[in-house]
Design a binder for this molecule. Structure first.
Ligand code: SF4
Ligand code: SF4
Length: 482
């Protein structure tokens, strides 16, 4: 009889939960969608190129940085400050707005742990019983654990290779891999990285998030009362812990109800059992919380069976207190947003100044040479020309706005191979008298415009330098020697 009553109660509660949670999609499934997207993007992005340029590539081999499908030589680091500012501001903005949203939704560590613990260990090999209980440590079952370890080892190697593709692009990687002994650094990096991932995911687990990850340590200083985080509503659920999180005030539902008769928490601890970092969110915000929202899903189901909303939600402390939606637009987020937009604009302006060849001009130590019995004054320079393109080009140059100064050497455009750098001795000269000052040499500022003859519009740079004309009396003396 008693059993029949219990069964009826369970059935009724399941029915109520079904009706109450109609159309509800657990955060877990939404996070899985993000995980799949993030993984696909990370794997595919290195293969996407526009005119041979990658979205992001830090190539030490060719000393290049590719950003937003534009290639920069390592010497062109003028956009780096904007990139760093943009990165830091992005982290501040995201954390102020959504707390540890990165940790729960996109961090590779979280994704790897979900793959290993929930997919391989729980769903595939049944080493763990349920995704909803992450507290029991796995014991025994060695054959299955070894199989799980081997599967993860393969995935860890793939992840390590994928990481390396952002430094050695796939087009080079698949050539290098044919001769592994010649590419020890690359092979060693993959081995070390894969080894770390195996240790991290199998042994270190969520301790990485708690003790190793620097972001976990600093993120709390960026929080304010409106920051979105996983929050247990003490007003509805009841106070299980003291405000300073030090003491547990009640041990079970009965004790809770004796102190707070309206408290809704059933003390089922489903939220605790599911937590991958082994904390109790009812204690309040904690450094260990990675914002995975598994506890919110668990409580939604428990409370759904009672026809009530979850006691654990993804919201802000102010929103809980004032029974409203969180405020996304506030002074801090707007200020970070504006600063981010400014850094992005700076990044675009800096990248629009990108040059498609490099030119350094050095003047030789001898200021000038007087030739042809004072009829010709020459200045010598060393031009360092680098072709930063993927194709060979022929280069030449001109002296801007000074038709009286001629290029005496080289006489013809010269070829520089793709990616190569050459030194060129350049001699400029004039047969005109540019100064009649006998007190000092005249230093004339000039501008050199160098370009690829086959693409004058795009591959062109200008550099300032000087042309030194001798004192008039020195020139005259040479002329009189004639
Ligand atoms: S308390 Fe635990 S389960 Fe809840 S969001 Fe934080 S880490 Fe996830
Ligand atoms: S899952 Fe909800 S009802 Fe159960 S203990 Fe946690 S907060 Fe209370």
């Amino acid at each position: 009889m008693a059993e029949a009553t219990t069964q009826t109660k369970v059935k009724a509660s399941k029915q109520r939960m079904k009706e109450y949670l109609k159309g509800w999609v657990p955060y877990r499934y939404k996070r899985y969608v993000f995980f799949v997207l993030a993984t696909v993007v990370a794997l595919v992005l290195p293969f996407i190129t526009i005119h041979g340029n990658h979205f992001f590539l830090l190539n030490f081999d060719h000393k290049q940085i590719h950003l937003f499908f534009t290639k920069f030589d390592m010497q062109e680091l003028y956009m780096m400050p904007f990139l760093l500012i943009f990165g830091f501001l992005g982290v501040f903005f995201l954390t102020t707005l959504g707390g540890r949203v990165w940790c729960g939704w996109a961090c590779p560590q979280t994704i790897f742990r979900v793959i290993y613990r929930d997919l391989i260990q729980t769903k595939l090999l049944h080493i763990r019983k349920r995704i909803t209980n992450k507290q029991q440590e796995v014991t025994g079952q060695y054959p299955k654990r070894i199989i799980g370890g081997l599967i993860w080892t393969i995935l860890a190697i793939i992840a390590a290779i994928n990481f390396v593709w952002y430094f050695v692009p796939p087009e080079d990687f698949f050539q290098y891999i044919k001769h592994p002994s010649e590419h020890g650094v690359m092979m060693g990096t993959i081995a070390i990285l894969a080894g770390f991932l195996i240790y991290d995911v199998i042994k270190l687990k969520e301790d990485f998030c708690i003790y190793v990850c620097p972001y976990a340590r600093v993120q709390s200083v960026m929080y304010d009362e409106e920051t979105i985080q996983t929050i247990y509503d003490t007003e509805r659920g009841g106070h299980i812990y003291s405000d300073d999180q030090e003491r547990k005030l009640v041990k079970n539902e009965k004790e809770l109800l004796s102190v707070e008769p309206d408290a809704e928490c059933t003390y089922c601890d489903s939220c605790v059992r599911v937590c991958p970092t082994h904390i109790d969110i009812k204690r309040g915000t904690q450094l260990e919380c990675i914002n995975c929202l598994e506890c919110a899903d668990a409580c939604t189901q428990v409370m759904g069976a009672l026809g009530k909303p979850s006691l654990i939600t993804w919201t802000s402390y102010s929103a809980v207190k004032e029974h409203r939606k969180p405020k996304y637009l506030r002074f801090r987020t707007i200020a970070y947003g504006i600063a981010l937009a400014a850094a992005l604009a700076g990044l675009f302006i800096a990248s629009s100044k990108k040059e498609y060849m490099l030119l350094n001009i050095n003047k030789t130590t001898q200021l000038y040479k007087i030739k042809d019995h004072g009829k010709m004054v020459q200045n010598a320079y060393t031009f360092l020309v680098q072709n930063t393109e993927r194709e060979d080009h022929k280069y030449f140059f001109e002296v801007v706005g000074h038709p009286e100064i001629k290029i005496l050497r080289p006489k013809e455009p010269f070829k520089v191979k793709a990616g190569a750098k050459i030194k060129k001795v350049v001699i400029l000269g004039t047969d005109k008298v540019l100064s009649k000052d006998s007190s000092k040499d005249k230093v004339i500022p000039i501008t050199i415009k160098a370009y690829a003859v086959d693409n004058k519009k795009k591959i062109v740079v200008t550099r300032p330098t000087t042309f030194v004309f001798p004192r008039y009396d020195v020139l005259q003396k040479e002329r009189q020697k004639q």
